[in-house]
Design a protein around this ligand. Structure first.
Ligand code: HH2
Length: 288
């Protein structure tokens, strides 16, 4: 199979040259991600986990205090702040490049004040009207992800004639909205939002059509790690592998995306992904 070279290697994101694949390690600070109680213990546990992900090869740590899984209940902003900000502060203080995964302007603001340098918004800065004006005054880098509706409603909105084209058009409209608000496109990365208002077939089509998304000319971030579409597409005897049992599928997607020229991957399993990418490079199939 011949993969077309892309120009991602000429780009950078949040100060990281995209001359090679960069891993965004996922650090969820939702209650179900902690086995023990106690907020301080939770923050310390999360900071230690973030540092471990960096040792394993992550370039960015993406901290999220609100689950955006399909059907997940919304979390009050105060609670999201209490969960995420001490962890942002603890990791930023240790020199980690921190991304805050939030749809809420007050959380973006507090995270940037605490040292985060990337805002990762699954709503592409559409959820909170205060987000664009806020970010026009700050110099953070921004991930614009495609979705429709909210985590509560998105599954019913997965209806596309040309999912790659429609997602690309929507993302470029968000780039235009950012530029109109005074945000330079050099600060932006795009993300097709696998699994967000997408049926499994849509996520597959987006991955197969990644060249068209790369051709948009902005850094492209892909988050397939442990997503339910991998589980749904790899069912055995009608049983879907649990999130923890989707590493094989997640690595397959990561390697194919790297070969296609994607330079930003959002992953849970940093060590395994870094090892797989190392082998890809050694085998003479470095990303384009
Ligand atoms: N996926 C999730 C959350 N944030 N951000 C970006 N840019 N791209 C993604 O694909 C993306 C994202 C999925 O969130 P959730 O289902 O809560 O699980 P997890 O954070 O463990 O991936």
């Amino acid at each position: 199979m011949v993969f077309q070279a892309s120009s991602q290697s000429d780009l950078s994101f949040a100060g990281l040259p995209l001359d090679r694949v960069r891993l965004m390690g996922i650090l969820n600070v939702t209650p179900d991600s902690f086995s023990d109680g106690g907020r301080l213990a939770s923050a310390e546990t999360a900071i230690a986990k973030g540092l471990r992900l960096i040792e394993q090869g992550a370039d960015i740590i993406d901290i999220g205090g609100e689950s955006t899984r399909p059907g997940a209940a919304a979390v009050p902003v105060e609670e999201e702040l209490r969960r995420a900000i001490p962890v942002v502060e603890g990791l930023a203080r240790r020199g980690v490049l921190v991304s805050i995964d939030t749809r809420h302007a007050p959380v973006m603001q507090a995270a940037l004040d605490a040292g985060a340098r990337i805002v990762n918004d699954v709503s592409g800065l559409t959820h909170d009207a205060a987000a664009l004006p806020l970010l026009s005054k700050r110099d953070a880098s921004i991930v614009l992800m495609h979705m429709r509706g909210s985590p509560q409603t998105m599954n019913s909105l997965a209806d596309y004639a040309d999912v790659v084209g429609e997602v690309g058009d929507w993302l470029m409209a968000r780039v235009a909205a950012c530029e109109a608000a005074g945000i330079d496109r050099a600060r932006l990365a795009l993300d097709p939002g696998l699994g967000f208002a997408k049926k499994a077939e849509h996520s597959l089509t987006l991955l197969r059509g990644v060249d068209r998304l790369l051709a948009l000319g902005l850094p492209l971030l892909v988050g397939a790690s442990r997503k339910s579409f991998i589980g749904r597409l790899t069912m055995r005897d009608g049983v879907m592998p649990e999130a923890n049992d989707r590493l094989g599928g997640s690595l397959a997607v990561a390697l194919l995306m790297a070969q296609a020229g994607v330079r930003l991957l959002r992953v849970h399993d940093v060590a395994a992904t870094a090892q797989a990418l190392k082998m890809l490079t050694l085998l003479g199939k470095p990303s384009a």
